[in-house]
Design a protein around this ligand. Structure first.
Ligand code: SF4
Ligand code: SF4
Ligand code: SF4
Ligand code: FES
Length: 948
């Protein structure tokens, strides 16, 4: 179905142009272009099998031979670069003869079952046989062949049928060049050569199921199981992945209203045709039997749910909100939106709160992940966003990754980063744990792994800056020209203090001062240096301080304002950036403008025709505290599952139980919905129009490929609720909402669906000055004018290890699962990660008599949970690690209420704990099991609830 043109070999970029003729047609192309690519540009298609434009040419199939006047023989057009003045012929009787002979050999060892083959009509081998005019095959099947080779069906999403393999090696090269996993090889020689996943099944091999090999395979050898089951698609719609902040573009390939395949878009600005296992394969949750598609209400969380019409549900929700506001006051209600929602959905939720509820009690899940990024970058650079596009990494000479695990959290970007690292860029990793990029990715090894103790980020960033200043490695001219002088001088006095030296700080970080000094030198003097960071930076009591420390480091070394450098927050969820941009924080209107700013207030009051509040509203933790105190009584929660994803679960559920009306809008009966009184069924990303904004500020279209199973797109549900509350909204399409956003938000002024359709995607700011968007920010000056160095004093967290709680628990993600797992747990991705495990260093395990697979109780000051142990040296002694993708794991039962001083982002990454071998579940888990079984039954659903 993917009818995007394949030029055969990759595009080359050069200032020099070469002129040639191909079949008598003159063509001019950049130097380095292959003859095949040039032919394709001039409209001539040369037959090919082993070449495709996402991979470097290989020259093995000999189908693409051409004749070049004055040259001997028949060079392969895929591996032959153009030369000035050459005259190429692609169609001659001799070439036709050779090509037919080549095809005949391929076909003679290939099953002749085209008519019943799953990819009939979508197979390059079939196309080529037709293109070279092959009608008969002179060789029979009597001799040796591969037709009885056994299929490998171990991967849940695709099948490998070696009987159809033509050993073109495209899969092997895709795994190496595009994905960077090197899981496949061609084993043997000549007739015996075959594709091997390291002599293992695909499922048990190094394969991470990214799908690049399946995408590259020109035959039905590597094929999606959905295509085997449903056949080839009929039409496709381009949309955006709903999982992580990379924001990959996909073609949703359809048969009627059924998705049969998601194919990565070659023109996708963030992914350039690549994908990971989630976006490529894990979309089955959208039609999972657990989905709730009828609205439900109930008086108490101890009652079964009653299925009702949309009218009844919306009117009940509105009347409850009105009753509560009348009884407890205007500020007793609020809403939480989610980074999983589209920009348009988030925008209408904050508008509903501000205009229909009359307060500013709106927050978003970015509170618990990247709110320190927004704050820290705004203070230092003037804009709450990353500074680059992903492609910028291809110009980096030094890459510093702090508190992020790109191969698991941002896999498609990680593949691009790995490509640059294989080309020779230096790598510094600052992380308490040995992520795969440290030394577990083929051909990649970190030059420095600063394996710090959790909670000592600011100590290490200060130590790095101390070395750069005291050893005079800084970029004086950049600082002089681009940064505030007074702020820099004060900061310099602070950072040069001996207590910030790596030697002094090693008491906190546990990192050898020598390594810090060496890493600082490479970062400052190794060429273009870029910083990529994740939640390991933000989810700390000093999250905002660390973000400012990172910005200081970039300014100090002049690494900002051009390609290859910059400060790059790797956003977790698909629309974290967008949710923040859209004004879903209690203190900001869209575009990060404070609610007390008179001009902004006047602008929105006029546009929305309503009086607005100029005081910030409640953040999520405040809403929960005030609910327990009895003054916050109703919550509208769209697409967010605070009962699973927020810290200190008991506190969250106690707060939810204290409210009189909890309205949840979601696909599934999530953990929060178990405490709800109104359930409004949501629509999946396949069922609605809108936009997501990825970690590069790239706005991409989400397009409806099927009708909403619940009847409405999510923004329509919010609109109905607003209208029922008496505040009129009358958008007729998601594009109307974007038009309003553009009218009211300077950085979005030039954005429209029309322009998005034309350009594919746009990186904001997009306005009169930057009508096509802004890939790199702060080029000539910072958004705030001069960059501001801010003093970042290291203050150790109050969460300390003691004799009772001697270990530090830190948390993270895994490739196959996504966040709270509501989506991925309902896909075949569970094949890779059925339960959350706790990683323990062998030393700590031995002291406690724990072995891999044992149940261990993890006890913190907040609570206790039980997980299975995995003994590994990835973690350092004194540190344990777990993921949080399964609700029954209760990872947040043990995390504490500590949070970032500036933004309240929870300190998920540091919890003092003790672990011990146990034989039964924790009390919380037993209660959870009982409560959730009852709630699932109340909703008329059945589910095998699995705890271990
Ligand atoms: S599996 Fe497909 S891509 Fe790989 S060598 Fe065989 S035919 Fe080529
Ligand atoms: S799915 Fe991806 S990782 Fe697995 S073998 Fe294919 S290219 Fe390699
Ligand atoms: S990298 Fe992220 S956006 Fe891309 S396919 Fe994977 S989950 Fe989706
Ligand atoms: S396409 Fe050129 S040798 Fe195969």
């Amino acid at each position: 179905m993917d009818d995007v043109k394949d030029f055969g070999t990759p595009k080359r970029i050069s200032d020099k142009t070469v002129n040639l003729t191909i079949d008598g047609v003159s063509v001019s192309v950049p130097e380095g272009t292959s003859v095949m690519h040039a032919a394709s540009l001039s409209g001539v298609t040369v037959p090919k099998l082993c070449a495709t434009d996402s991979l470097e040419p290989f020259g093995s199939c000999r189908l693409c031979l051409v004749e070049i006047e004055g040259r001997r023989g028949y060079p392969a057009s895929c591996t032959t670069p153009v030369a000035e003045g050459i005259k190429v012929h692609t169609q001659t009787p001799k070439l036709a003869d050779i090509r037919r002979g080549v095809m005949e050999l391929y076909i003679s060892d290939h099953p002749l079952d085209c008519l019943t083959c799953a990819t009939n009509g979508d197979c390059e081998l079939q196309d080529m046989a037709g293109a070279v005019g092959l009608r008969d095959v002179r060789y029979g099947y009597e001799g040796e062949n591969h037709l009885k080779s056994v299929k490998d069906t171990s991967n849940p999403y695709f099948t490998f049928d070696p009987s159809k393999c033509i050993v073109c090696s495209r899969c092997v090269r895709a795994c190496e060049e595009v994905q960077g996993t090197f899981a496949l090889t061609i084993q043997g020689r000549g007739f015996d050569s075959k594709v091997s996943a390291g002599n293992k099944d695909f499922k048990d091999s190094e394969c991470v199921s990214c799908g690049a090999c399946v995408q590259a395979c020109p035959t039905a050898t590597l094929i999606e199981n959905t295509i085997i089951e449903a056949g080839v698609p009929e039409h496709s719609v381009t949309t955006t992945c709903a999982y992580c902040g990379v924001g990959c573009s996909f073609h949703a390939e359809m048969k009627g209203e059924e998705v049969v395949r998601m194919t990565p878009n070659k023109d996708g600005g963030a992914n350039h045709g690549h994908s990971c296992v989630k976006g490529r394969f894990a979309w089955g949750y959208a039609t999972h039997k657990d989905r709730i598609t009828t609205p439900m209400i109930r008086k108490s969380i101890h009652d079964p749910w009653e299925k009702v019409t949309w009218d009844v549900a919306i009117n009940y929700a509105a009347s409850e909100i009105q009753r509560i506001q009348k009884k407890y006051g205007r500020d007793s209600v609020g809403a939480i939106s989610s980074s999983r929602c589209t920009n348009e959905e988030v925008y209408v939720v904050q508008k509903l709160v501000r205009a229909a509820l009359g307060n500013n009690n709106v927050d978003t899940c970015a509170r618990v992940c990247h709110s320190p990024t927004g704050y820290g970058l705004k203070q230092t650079l003037g804009e709450s966003a990353g500074t680059q596009n992903f492609d910028s990494v291809m110009h980096s000479d030094v890459i510093m990754i702090i508190g992020a695990n790109p191969t698991d959290g941002h896999p498609v970007f990680a593949s691009q980063m790995k490509r640059r690292l294989r080309e020779g860029a230096k790598l510094i990793i600052v992380d308490p744990r040995a992520i795969d990029l440290v030394n577990n990715s083929p051909h990649i090894k970190a030059d420095y792994h600063l394996k710090l103790k959790p909670g000592s980020n600011v100590a290490i960033v200060n130590a790095l800056a101390h070395v750069i200043v005291t050893e005079k490695l800084m970029d004086d001219s950049f600082i002089k020209a681009r940064c505030e002088d007074d702020a820099f001088k004060s900061w310099k006095d602070f950072i040069t203090k001996p207590e910030n030296s790596p030697e002094a700080m090693s008491a906190f970080t546990g990192v050898d001062a020598k390594d810090v000094r060496a890493a600082a030198k490479i970062f400052a003097k190794g060429g273009n240096a870029a910083i990529y960071y994740g939640l390991g930076v933000t989810e700390h009591s000093q999250g905002s301080t660390m973000v400012m420390g990172i910005a200081n480091l970039a300014m100090l070394t002049g690494n900002i304002g051009r390609e290859g450098v910059g400060v790059n927050p790797l956003r977790g969820q698909n629309n974290v950036q967008g949710a923040c941009d859209m004004g879903s924080f209690p203190h900001e209107f869209p575009g990060y403008r404070h609610v007390s700013d008179k001009a902004t207030l006047a602008l929105f009051e006029k546009a929305w025709d309503v009086k607005l509040q100029n005081e910030p509203g409640l953040r999520i933790p405040n809403m929960l505290d005030v609910a327990i105190d009895g003054q916050f009584k109703a919550l509208y929660c769209e697409g967010e599952d605070i009962a699973q994803s927020d810290p200190n679960t008991q506190h969250v559920t106690h707060a939810l139980e204290s409210m009189e009306c909890v309205i949840v809008q979601d696909l599934f009966l999530n953990e929060t919905a178990m405490y709800a009184h109104v359930f409004l069924p949501g629509s999946s990303f396949l069922e609605k129009n809108g936009t997501f904004t990825n970690a590069e500020r790239r706005i991409s279209r989400v397009r409806k490929v099927m009708s909403p199973k619940n009847g409405y797109e999510d923004w329509e549900i919010t609109q109905m609720l607003s209208n029922a509350l008496g505040y009129k909204m009358d958008y007729s399409h998601a594009s109307d909402i974007m038009d309003e956003i553009a009218r009211l938000t300077p950085t979005f002024k030039g954005v429209s669906y029309k322009k998005l359709d034309e350009l594919g995607s746009i990186q904001w700011p997009c306005n009169d000055e930057h009508p096509l968007g802004t890939p790199t920010m702060h080029i000539d000056e910072f958004v705030r004018g001069k960059g501001k160095f801010i003093i970042t004093e290291y203050v150790p967290t109050s969460e300390k290890v003691t004799q009772k709680y001697p270990l530090i628990l830190t948390t993270g993600r895994i490739l196959s699962q996504y966040n709270v797992g509501a989506q991925t747990r309902r896909t075949k991705n569970v094949a890779w990660h059925e339960e959350d495990l706790v990683e323990i260093h062998p030393h700590d395990a031995e002291e406690r008599g724990i072995q891999s697979g044992d149940w261990v109780g993890i006890v913190s000051r907040s609570g206790e949970t039980v997980l299975r142990a995995q003994i590994t040296e990835r973690v350092q002694p004194g540190v344990i690690y777990t993921t949080f993708h399964h609700p029954e794991s209760g990872a947040n039962v043990i995390t504490t209420d500590n949070s970032d001083w500036a933004t309240n982002c929870p300190e998920f990454k540091v919890t003092a704990v003790q672990v011990n071998k146990v034989t039964q579940l924790s009390d919380w888990q037993k209660q959870y099991q009982h409560f959730s079984e009852e709630q699932i039954e109340f909703a008329g659903k059945s589910k095998e609830l699995k705890i271990h």
